[in-house]
Design a protein around this ligand. Sequence first.
Ligand SMILES: Cc1cc2nc3c(=O)[nH]c(=O)nc-3n(C[C@H](O)[C@H](O)[C@H](O)COP(=O)(O)OP(=O)(O)OC[C@H]3O[C@@H](n4cnc5c(N)ncnc54)[C@H](O)[C@@H]3O)c2cc1C
Length: 293
Amino acid sequence: MAHQLSQFSSILRENESLAPFTWLQIGGPTRFLVEPNTVDEASEVLSVCHQQSIPVRLLGGGSNVLVREAGFAGATMLLSGPGFSHISQSGTLLTCGAGAKLSHVVGHAVGLGLGGLEHLIAIPGTVGGAVRGNSGSDEGDISQSIHSAKILSKDGQIRTVTRNEMAFTHRASGLDGVALIEVTFSLMESDPEVLTKRQQTFWILKRRAQPSFPERAALAFVDPVGHKAAELIHQAGMLGTVEGAVRMSTSYPNYLIASSGATSGQVLTLLDRVKQGVHDRSGVQLQQYLQIW
Ligand SMILES: Cc1cc2nc3c(=O)[nH]c(=O)nc-3n(C[C@H](O)[C@H](O)[C@H](O)COP(=O)(O)OP(=O)(O)OC[C@H]3O[C@@H](n4cnc5c(N)ncnc54)[C@H](O)[C@@H]3O)c2cc1C
């Protein structure tokens, strides 16, 4: 199979550890790591992988992924090149590559006097990862500002989908199994000074409420309808729970922190223990937000 992908040798690495590409810095290698430079290249890679039955996963900033020690026996695609981080404006529409950092896009929109994304300023990762997980804050989800997206299907076919064709729910997009290539946001014309102040406020509040780099952290659970996962964890007495070299943060509820020697097994056991503790205390079943590879 490797020789079929060998035509992409300039953008392909084999048996590359995924740990350095994730916030938790845990996990084994991917069989292939591909970094296409253009949409056409990404499409060709997907097409070859499809023909050869090689599974493909997209990786953005790695802030919501836990890779198991066994790694991933397929191709991991990173949209890290300049071909996937462009940002352009047309009236109140802002179009950006799925590999663009979400914080850059928010800052850019604010500078242009386009409002609607400021509340997302301190969420780590890329636009692609945020749209795939319908990331958001207490102010709302990213899906509320989406106009349309360009996606590549598993076999490399490109198409544009409108917001109504996507199946957004809380922290989910229904976009599983496709590669987001480009996203267009529909924003509101606003005063850049007012937007800048809003952005700064969100930045300060959020940074106080979340661990920051170089902490090896992950947001553990989705807020269940009518509840806050952080409060449920606190009420269940699970803050500070330790499993090997991984612990539930006491300073930042609903975040887990990995330290030297942490394994994916320890993270999974900790998540199960917290789920069980919360269920025993409140009867609520937590769903993890972290994507397990
Ligand atoms: C400190 C910290 C704070 C956080 N705060 C928040 C918060 O306030 N709100 C919130 O919702 N989340 C939060 N998160 C979780 C995480 O940052 C978000 O889910 C983020 O949007 C993930 O983006 P990413 O690029 O890192 O995605 P990744 O972790 O790389 O990937 C996440 C998922 O998206 C898929 N994916 C990535 N790129 C693409 C693409 N181009 N096409 C298709 N699929 C793709 C991956 O396959 C994977 O399934 C936080 C995480 C941390 C560590």
